[in-house]
Ligand binder design. Structure first.
Ligand SMILES: [Zn+2]
Length: 284
């Protein structure tokens, strides 16, 4: 770590996971001078509702969308794609996936890891569950030299990852809120670099609305191809909920907008320090 800057590694399953779950926080960290790198585990080839899209076409489109999304947030444009099949990541042995994550950590030497939460009880996507376990375990042991000692032959030395930010899908899991009031536009801009996913998201929301029997004309009548207004409303509502629950001070717009995480820092040191009356500073 040089000065107050840090290196961040985001390990996710899909092209849009980072933007959806942490886009505001990542943009904020980039503005603070942090270097952010991204690893995407799958080829994303099942992420469409359009039956005319072949898996190969979908994978190529989503790889390009991932690059544009990363660029909009200021993330390193070189994204490492691990190349696993979308929707079937749990078929990959955990230790194989963990080795791929550990290799990335030893190469990029992050201070901070962002990933899905392996302990989130309501996660319905096997790719999220699989990548979460692998990334968390890799971060827990990448400083142990006898885990994959063959990495040293390639010049990849053991490395300690001190902080983990696990995406919080539900309020139960939030113990850290990052104020993204000044970064909502950047997050939305990054999300809009993923047209295939945003169209899918709007179409899915419309299915949910139809199934619910509720009538919300702005959503019901939206054209999924014109996804931006719906995405803006959804992201703003979600961020306002996190801000309100976590008691963040309201900004200029009268509400606090935030992203929520289950954060772990520095193993047991944070708890130990608190017992002794010491408080570790927050960087975001
Ligand atoms: Zn995903």
């Amino acid at each position: 770590m040089a000065g107050s800057t840090k290196t961040v590694l985001v390990i996710v399953a899909h092209a849009d996971d980072m933007e959806v779950m942490a886009g505001g926080t990542i943009a904020k960290m980039v503005d603070m001078g942090y270097a952010v790198h991204e690893v995407i585990a799958t080829n994303n080839e099942r992420g469409t509702l359009d039956p005319r899209w072949s898996p190969r076409f979908t994978a190529e489109a989503r790889r390009e969308e991932a690059r544009r999304g990363a660029e909009a947030l200021g993330v390193d444009p070189y994204i490492e794609f691990l190349g696993y099949e979308d929707g079937r990541l749990s078929e990959t042995p955990l230790n194989e996936l963990r080795e791929r994550c550990m290799r990335a950590m030893r190469r990029l030497r992050p201070d901070v890891l962002f990933t899905w939460d392996p302990f989130a009880p309501y996660e319905n996507h096997q790719d999220h569950r699989a990548v979460a376990w692998a990334a968390m375990e890799a971060a827990s042991f990448s400083h142990f030299p006898l885990y994959h000692p063959e990495h040293r032959d390639e010049g990849l030395e053991p490395h300690y990852v001190g902080e983990q930010y696990f995406f919080a899908k539900v309020p139960r899991d939030e113990n850290k809120a990052v104020d993204i009031s000044g970064y909502l536009e950047r997050k939305i801009e990054a999300l809009c670099q993923h047209p295939s996913q945003m169209e899918l998201m709007v179409a899915e929301l419309q299915m949910q609305l139809a199934a619910s029997g509720l009538d919300l004309p702005p959503l019901r009548d939206a054209d999924p191809k014109d996804y931006r207004p719906v995405i803006e409303t959804m992201i703003r509502t979600w961020a306002a909920g996190v801000g309100r629950r976590q008691g963040l001070p309201a900004g200029r717009q009268g509400i606090a907008l935030a992203e929520g995480f289950r954060r772990q820092r520095f193993g047991g040191i944070e708890r130990w320090a608190r017992e002794l009356g010491a408080e570790l500073p927050d960087d975001v």
